[in-house]
Structures are given as C-alpha cells and as structure tokens.
Write a protein that binds this ligand. Structure first.
Ligand code: HPA
Length: 248
C-alpha cells in the first residue's frame, strides 16, 4: 500500500492504463478487461486489475497467454497525476503507463474525436522549474518504442490521428490575455490538456515507459460543440484498443 493507492503489492500489473476520470476507468475495465477486480478505491479513485488474452503464432499452433493489466484513474491535472504516477512507479514497480485522456484541439486542421499521439509536452506548470531550476528546461517526451507502436496501430486501424507536441496547462480556465495556449499553438502544439508533461517527466525520472493517447473533446481554434460528459467517458474506445494492442 502507498499513501494514495490502497492495493497490496502484486495487485497492480506492471502495465497501467491511466485515464483521468474514475468513471472512464470503470467503463474501460468493464469493457476491455477479463475478470476485473477493484484492487482499491482510496478517495473514489479506483484501480482495476484484470487480464487480456494474448495470442502468438507458433509453428503449428496458436499460443495463448494471459497478460495482467491495471487501470488506475489519475484525476485532473499534473499535481493529481503526479501522485499516482510517482506511487505506481516507486511503490508498485509499474514499468509502462499509458494515459488515455481527452484534450482541446489548438489547430484548425484537427477535428473533434481525432486522436492525438503526444510525442512531447510543453507546459506552463512551475513543476519542472522547481525540479530543474529557472535556467534549465527539460523536454518531456514519449517513450520512443510505445510511440512507434501506437502510430503503427493507429495506421493499421485507419484511425484519424495526429502526432506532435501537446501543451499541458495548469489552468483549464485561463484568464490571460491572450490565452497562453495561443503561443504554443503558434509553435505547432496540437492540443491542450493538463497531464502529459508531468507523466513524461516522472517516467524519465523513474526510467519507465510512458505514452499519452488523447481524444479531442473540444476545440479552441474553431467553433465546435464540445463532447458531453457521457461522450467523454466512451470516446476513448479506440485509444484503449491502441494501448492494449501495444502492451498485450
Ligand atoms: N483545456 C485543458 N484541458 C483539456 C481541455 C481543454 O480545453 N480539453 C480536455 N482537456
């Protein structure tokens, strides 16, 4: 057990899918895991562990193994995600974390429900200033192998996807004039969300693999009606399939 994760050692798989929303975690566990068990529910931020069948072609036969997968919700924003990622990596020995999240599009060419595979993350968070000092900056990037496999999966499945930088902000409601996302959009950032810079930084610190797969749930660069809260729970089906195929 750790401070915020009430599971016992061994109850969390070495691969964790990390949606922000606890309802999305429950929905994903029910839809994609076999025999999912709730291994803790501290603060109503549950973790589910179940398995997936993995099939491998061997000479003359199809071998089937069970791959354990956990799904933990991270909450919203980098401080909350940081707690879960830190404890998963440090206290539970988790080796791969794939965030399944939503984001706001920053470029006109991107459509609602498109997928963003985040190569890297800019941020307005002070977190890495505390970590590295004001004169040094760290470039948080995705694990190259997970990133490559996700791109291949998205291509194979014919899904609409974009790859590039995202902007991880501390403020969902940004009152700056002009809003800070505009500067990052000018430098090519595809979307705004609130978690990936912290995920990639902590993954580098702990030497684990991490990737953010995001679905566009709202648009900042053109007038669009955002997805509803119900749609935001279920819109992650395709990115969940990408994540599961690259880890199982
Ligand atoms: N801003 C910040 N985070 C988000 C957004 C947004 O528009 N959409 C989904 N996550």
């Amino acid at each position: 057990m750790s401070t915020h994760i009430g599971a016992k050692k061994g109850q969390i798989a070495d691969v964790v899918l990390l949606p922000g929303d606890p309802l999305r975690a429950a929905w994903l566990a029910k839809k994609f895991l076999k025999a999912p068990e709730t291994v803790h529910d501290v603060r109503g931020m549950p973790c589910y562990t179940g398995f997936r069948h993995c099939f491998r072609a061997l000479p003359g036969q199809l071998a089937c193994t069970k791959k354990l997968i956990s799904i933990q919700s991270s909450g919203m924003g980098m401080p909350s995600l940081g707690i879960y990622v830190e404890e998963l990596a440090r206290d539970f020995g988790v080796k791969k974390i794939i965030r399944l999240g939503t984001c706001g599009a920053l470029q006109e060419k991107i459509n609602l429900r498109d997928i963003i595979i985040a190569m890297g993350a800019c941020s307005d968070s002070a977190s890495n200033i505390h970590r590295f000092g004001p004169a040094m900056s760290f470039a948080p990037i995705a694990d190259p192998a997970l990133y490559r496999d996700a791109v291949l999966q998205a291509e194979d499945r014919g899904l609409p996807f974009h790859t590039g930088n995202v902007f991880a902000t501390d403020d969902f409601y940004d009152h700056s004039e002009p809003p800070r996302w505009q500067k990052f959009a000018r430098y090519g950032a595809l979307a705004v969300e609130m978690e990936t810079a912290k995920l990639y930084t902590l993954a580098a610190y702990y030497g684990i693999q991490a990737l953010s797969l995001l679905v566009v749930s709202d648009h900042l660069a053109r007038e669009e009606k955002p997805l509803t809260s119900e749609e935001r729970v279920t819109c992650c089906s395709d990115i969940a399939m990408i994540a599961l195929s690259i880890v199982a």
